[in-house]
Design a protein. Structure first.
Lengths: 364, 169
């Protein structure tokens, strides 16, 4: 149902007492459009991370007649016809979406024993969508965790924290970060924790890459193969690689019976290649001019420091170097790009570190 | 809105980052404070397909601010004979020296101040005072490996103009 990874986070301590009481557990949460990640202290100085697809499916128990809920990979695999991705656009768009997200989140919390007596920091995309934020707020406030404290910070800041040090160095630094997400590309500058010129576009997204892959597969196979966006995403996650891409083979079942084997040579890499070009275009020609216009000093400082890439698309092997090379070319100056060790987990891990410090400081 | 990530408490976050005592909670709008005008310089810039848009915006922004600070009188060198004595000037001085230090480290900043004195941007009194301030600024994140480039000097000129403007008040 979910993947659990043990992280060796040296700074993640838990259970310290304040004035004789047990301190709340510091937890980081990223409710992402594709994946939800929760980072929890494992009790041994490290982190336990729960990573699951942000989706659920309901079915009727044939014996009791009760409605049952499945979430994550299990729901996507067993009920592909009725699985619902509850945060497809990044935030719950309506009350129904909020209810579904709340059901999903509570299932994840319960299944993974996420403690209720906790201080929870949420990594949230900076999207100008009041309604969506209100709906997400109802999900967060209605959840059983975060009894001691709830805070939210931009996902781009939380995601940058693990990339810039073992603690909260990012909060004391000046840098630019680009979150390469499924539903948005977000770019921001940070000046000692303060977000400057938040920039978001829905035109360059991981989801659009999935759609392009699906289209290109149809073209590459001369119309013999049609794949859905979920399969396209799986192709992207399994095979996209700027360093060492190898053509791959898959098999589909024909409607009339039998199977058809096909090989993909270009579709995946053509799509991610165009994505990098588009992302660089947005950063170089939309976000950075705005930063230069409003914050001369920060612009000049931040471009001489590594640009932090986060988000699911930053997981593609070699994409950081590609981005760095193409952005340097676009800006006609050398820039460096870096990514946290595990970009898909970094927002939750960074949020957990902030939660830990807030607990240490007695903010609850 | 309580969970709006654009409205987080920067002071609380900074205190958490540094391990300092937490201040009383205050919600700030991160977009409120800008160190330049919000005029869209890119829209005003002459389109030049060969120049990166960000570089054009940077230079336009500097030029715009310098023009705004030019009070129409014939400027005399040095533009900044001595440092103005005021609290806003103090903050500006630290901001400028911190910028230079982060970019290139102490040694390069001393060289730069000498250069600015020789080209008539700052006077000897201002240079001496700036070196005194510089002795109080240390930053482990200073990038000692790289020198200051022309764009860094443009930023410096911007600070010179802002300080000179404060001197005239």
């Amino acid at each position: 149902m979910s993947e659990e990874d043990e992280e060796s986070e040296a700074d993640a301590e838990s259970g310290e007492s304040q004035g004789g009481d047990t301190a709340p557990t510091p937890i980081g949460v990223k409710l992402g459009s594709t994946r939800t990640v929760i980072a929890i202290p494992d009790g041994d100085g490290g982190l336990r991370t729960v990573k699951t697809l942000t989706c659920l499916a309901t079915y009727e128990d044939v014996i009791t007649g009760e409605e049952r809920v499945l979430y994550g990979e299990e729901a996507a695999t067993e009920y592909p016809d009725r699985v619902q991705y509850t945060l497809r656009s990044g935030l719950p768009e309506d009350e129904e979406g909020a209810d579904l997200t709340a059901t999903f989140f509570e299932e994840v919390i319960e299944t993974n024993d996420v403690p209720e007596d906790s201080a929870v920091v949420y990594a949230i995309p900076t999207i100008d969508n009041e309604r969506g934020l209100e709906n997400l707020q109802s999900v967060i406030e209605g959840s059983s965790i975060g009894e001691a404290l709830i805070r939210s910070y931009p996902e781009s800041l939380c995601g940058s924290v693990p990339a810039l040090g073992d603690g909260l160095e990012a909060v004391d630094d000046i840098f630019v970060t680009v979150n390469l997400g499924s539903t948005n590309l977000e770019a921001s500058a940070y000046r000692r924790g303060e977000q400057l010129v938040p920039f978001t576009t829905g035109a360059v997204t991981g989801n659009e890459v999935d759609r392009m892959i699906a289209n290109y597969v149809e073209e590459e196979t001369q119309g013999r193969v049609n794949i859905d966006n979920t399969t396209a995403r799986e192709y992207k996650e399994a095979h996209a690689d700027f360093v060492d891409f190898e053509p791959f083979t898959d098999v589909i079942q024909q409607p009339g019976g039998g199977s058809h084997e096909f090989t993909i040579e270009r579709s995946v890499m053509d799509a991610v290649d165009e994505y990098v070009d588009d992302a660089v275009e947005e950063v170089a020609n939309a976000f950075l001019p705005e930063l230069a216009n409003d914050h001369i000093k920060v612009y000049q400082l931040a471009l001489d420091r590594p640009i932090v890439l986060t988000g699911g698309m930053a997981c593609i092997p070699g994409i950081v170097d590609e981005f760095e090379e193409r952005l340097s070319e676009a800006l006609q100056r050398d820039v460096e790009a870096v990514a946290p060790g595990e970009p898909a987990l970094s927002a939750a891990v960074g949020a957990q570190r902030i939660a830990q410090r807030l607990v240490d400081a007695g903010a609850y | 809105m309580a969970i709006d990530p654009r409205n987080y408490d920067v002071a609380e976050l900074r205190a958490a980052g540094s391990g300092e005592p937490l201040p009383s909670r205050r919600v700030t709008d991160a977009a409120d404070e800008v160190d330049g005008s919000t005029t869209d310089a890119t829209a005003a810039a002459e389109p030049d397909p060969d120049r990166p848009a960000a570089a054009v915006a940077f230079e336009t922004s500097i030029a715009r601010d310098l023009a705004a600070l030019d009070h129409g009188t014939d400027a005399e060198r040095p533009y900044l004979p001595a440092l103005p004595a005021s609290l806003p000037a103090e903050a500006l001085i630290f901001e400028w020296l911190e910028f230079l230090t982060l970019q290139a480290g102490h040694e390069s900043v001393c060289d730069a101040l000498d250069f600015y004195r020789r080209v008539g941007w700052i006077g000897s009194d201002a240079a001496d005072a700036l070196e005194l301030y510089l002795s109080g600024i240390g930053d482990p994140r200073a990038d000692e490996a790289t020198g200051l480039d022309p764009d860094d000097h443009r930023v410096s000129l911007h600070y010179v103009a802002r300080l000179a403007s404060l001197s005239r008040r």
